[in-house]
Design a protein. Sequence first.
Length: 655
Amino acid sequence: MAAQPHSTHYRPDIDGLRAIAVVSVLLHHALPEKFKGGFVGVDIFFVISGYLISSIILAGLNKDRFSFADFYAKRVKRIFPALSLVLITTLVMGWFLLGPPDYKLLGKHVFAGSAFVSNFAFWREAGYFDANSVNKPLLHLWSLAIEEQFYLLWPVTLFFLHKWRRNIIRVVFVLILISFAINLALVKGQPTAAFYNPLARFWEMLIGGLLAAMQTYRLGWSSVFRKGVWGHGPDEHHERHHLRSNTYAWLGAFMLVLVLVRISPERTFPGWWALLPTVGTALLITAGPQAWFNRHVLSSKPFVWVGLISYPLYLWHWPFLSFSAITHVEPPSTSTQLGWLALSVVLAWLTYKLIEKPIRFGRLNHRSTTVFLSALVAVIATAGFTTYKQDGFESRFPDIVRDMMSKGGRSAVVDGWREGDCMLDYKFPASAYKDFCVEKKRPLIFLWGDSHAGSLYPGFKALQDSGKYDFGLGERTAAICPPVLGIEPRPLCKSLNDSSIEAIRQSRPDVVILYAWWHNKRYDLRNLESTVAEIKKAGVPRIIMLGAVPYWQKSLPLILLEEWKKGPPTKRPPLRLKAGLDPALDSATATMRARAEKMGIEFISGLQFFCNEDGCLTRVTDDAKQPLTYDYGHLSTSAVTYYVDQLGPLIFKKP
């Protein structure tokens, strides 16, 4: 390349940017309802990482001093010490705090984190019936995995671009467009893939790489199309350059504030929204250390101090917040969450001072340290894999506890459902419903609703097989898709419900049962009355709305584990509980009962069969081996068999 590089120097303002990124993430994780947009801090990190790594590589290449061995040795010394410490701590804490299924899953995540493939592991697990994100103490390692995957590919790419004397600016710009296009293609139909797929995320780090290349070679945007030189100009252009830098800095800061305030996890992300934090970060980096905002705010001592410990701080904070949520029956208080963040800051500073600095810059900075750290991570990976293969070492607990724990994870939740046939998860269109979902036998009971309605099928099937009642069954259910026409809480829901009402018109069932997690925050129930009117127009003589069964604030097995810990080891978890119940149950039930009465349809509350003044059942009988639910509210097979058996006399009562 014709243009000559210039040297790179430490920039305290970039550490200040790191501080903004990590504090945003921490506050979002600790207080998600108050700091909804803080998750974009990860995108800020991505741009910074791309810029710094590319600057290091390009500087080495242009001085003919770049070595792959040295580069990756420095990465090991930078990444492995804090990561190893956090992984070991998390595995030890999990031994004491987690039940067998969750500890087994943690072992898998420790292995994935050690191998830097966490994003792929969480991508495969993602779905409606996946464990709540707060129950995964190593979920935050997905971003570190994507960065490390970038670090594997990017040095090789830059090496050959330099060797072949290609226009680096042009190539990087094209790669950004390709990766961003993949992001846009995935984000609407496959948002999970867009979030975890490295190809849909690399553009964020490539933006930083583009800045590094432009600054290294002093090239401007014209070099995307031709080999032009963009210098900062001689001294007489200093004032114009100063004005431009300040403009970039203030515009970048405004973009970061805007996205942090306006965005929320409910929005489609990354997508176009991700341009705000990435471009804003790029503008602040481009502005340079002499811009007023960068010099007086980002380079201030508090910002720089937090930036220096940002990596171990990011690693430490989430396991503590996660374990806190897991071990508290009620959601942790604000003061508790902030306390965990304060502990994370202390541990991050100690990690940086006592471990990171000696290894990277002090007496432990030698080749044998790299070998030792690599071996240590391999041992940790083996420990995680062993934990997974040993089913979370379930022998740690007596049978009375293991009975209440799910060995099958998601499979235990959906046991007995007609999933993929009559209960559709994500990505399945209405054409996936099978013909046998609506039987020809009369009287026909038609079950319509979301996954909670789908979870009732094993109970109705057991009632059919019992011979108590002679009836046919129809089912049209779908995850996160309540039986309300015209709404779209998730893709395809509207078309699924349009198909279901048509199936009702064609089959003309004797009874339509409507059931859903009615007070789900994602649901818009304004069209419920018009939906019931359409069912009546189809000639259905009876419509029954089912109210809530016991819903819990988190996974019921986790609540039972914490309750068991409070008593002697030989005592079974309590049969009834009030603690941990969804506080909205009573109000939601009253609201739906009132709406049902106004619509002139029947209403049956599930709470009347499970709850009394002592609390709600945690299992059907004291000696039952299944909990009422393996998650927050989908009834287990034993619970739903009991429930539908209780519903039978009400559904099949004689007029």
